[in-house]
Design a protein around this ligand. Structure first.
Ligand SMILES: *[C@@H]1O[C@H](CO)[C@@H](O)[C@H](O)[C@H]1NC(C)=O
Length: 372
């Protein structure tokens, strides 16, 4: 019997930890997904400009769930021009362990996009069902930034679900343009990029600008922000910071999940307010919470709002109950947890302030949950 140890990771995705023991072997014969192992991995990868590799374990439930979708995507993408190849490696096989650690495999499944014969590696951050995989990989195998020549090009690229970054330039050359394109290549698995000579094609923001300027479209908060510093570090920092919502929403809508993953990957302390988002009185709770988030912006705390409906696994993880909502948990940057059940809107500001004080004084013992 396979004993898989699956843990909530970043609340947005469940991954199975490497400590599990392998058992059953996958026996299904697959047609389009290439099977690779330590003996032929490097050789195969070096022949491809673009190839996707799934590191899986035979016992991992999420891998089994992905397998038919991955295979279907591989069959569709084999007809793409040029064909796009999908491969898999049994990372649980002792003989492939070195390969797995070389590709930073910390959970199953891990998918990596390998470019230029394996010289560039980027994590696959796309959907896990066939159509989504196909769309994401078509985009990933094309140019890192697409030119917006018409208003239609902009509406194809920019929607109300994701972050899209568009560079506006007087001409497609020069230092700023080069710097922008290099960053688009670097961050292409995280964001969608475009470039244009005419800001009037864009759906939001000042349309008379000629640039060089970077305009970031986001599905939350101020919806559009402009930036003019093209130094690579400054531009990357701007994109990272602008793409985090003031309050990250965690519900059943998968388009929010990349932002939830981002929230959990942040080095900040994390405030998590869980409530039933459909109840009356929730609005005042939310507006107070946003006020507090605004007040602590840039001060080392990130804020998340979770809907009870989507948060069962989180409740188990933190050992709290649905009857305690609205509830707030703050996990400090060193892992301590602070908890307050049955929260009222006016409690939020003083409680977060108490947390800041407590955290400063460090009177709290390690690894325990405290009710302030
Ligand atoms: C790589 O080697 C494994 C084991 O010998 C084999 O099953 C697999 O088909 C090979 N893959 C390719 C693409 O040659």
């Amino acid at each position: 019997m396979a004993r898989s140890v699956c843990v909530w990771f970043a609340l947005a995705a469940i991954v199975c930890s490497l400590s599990a023991i392998s058992a059953e072997e996958s026996s299904e014969a697959k047609e389009f997904v290439l099977t690779l192992d330590h003996s032929n991995f490097t050789d195969t990868v070096s022949k491809h400009d673009f190839i996707v590799v799934e590191f899986y374990a035979p016992w991992c439930g999420h891998c089994k769930h992905l397998a038919p979708e991955y295979e279907k995507a591989a069959s569709i993408l084999s007809k793409h021009d040029p064909p796009i190849f999908l491969a898999k490696v049994d990372a649980d096989d002792e003989a492939n362990k070195d390969l797995a650690s070389q590709y930073d495999v910390k959970g199953y499944p891990t998918l990596q996009i390998l470019r230029n014969g394996g010289k560039n590696v980027q994590e696959y951050k796309g959907p896990r069902e066939a159509d989504g995989i196909v769309e994401y990989l078509k985009k990933q195998s094309g140019p890192a930034s697409v030119e917006i020549k018409l208003t239609e090009d902009a509406s194809n690229l920019i929607d109300d679900k994701k972050i899209v970054i568009v560079g506006v330039f007087p001409k497609f050359s020069g230092e700023e343009f080069e710097s922008y394109m290099a960053l688009a290549e670097k961050l292409r698995s995280d964001y969608d990029f475009g470039h244009t000579l005419d800001a009037k094609h864009l759906p939001r923001g000042e349309s008379s600008v000629v640039g060089p300027l970077v305009r970031l479209f986001k599905p939350f908060d101020e919806l559009v922000v402009d930036f003019k510093d093209f130094k690579p570090e400054a531009l990357e920092k701007f994109i990272e910071e602008s793409s985090i919502p003031l309050v990250t929403l965690f519900n059943k809508d998968p388009s929010n999940h990349p932002f939830v993953a981002k929230f959990y990957n942040s080095p900040n302390a994390k405030a998590m307010l869980f409530a039933d988002l459909s109840t009356e009185g929730f609005d005042s709770l939310q507006s107070k919470y946003r006020e507090v988030a605004e007040q602590y912006k840039g001060k080392g705390i990130s804020f998340l709002l979770g809907d009870v409906e989507a948060s069962q696994a989180a409740f188990q993880y933190f050992g709290v109950e649905e009857s305690q909502v609205p509830l707030i948990i703050i996990q400090s940057d060193d892992g301590k947890k602070y908890f307050k059940p049955n929260l009222k809107a006016d409690d939020i500001a003083p409680w977060v302030k108490d947390f800041k004080v407590m955290n400063l004084v460090m009177v709290i013992k390690h690894n325990e949950i405290y009710t302030l």
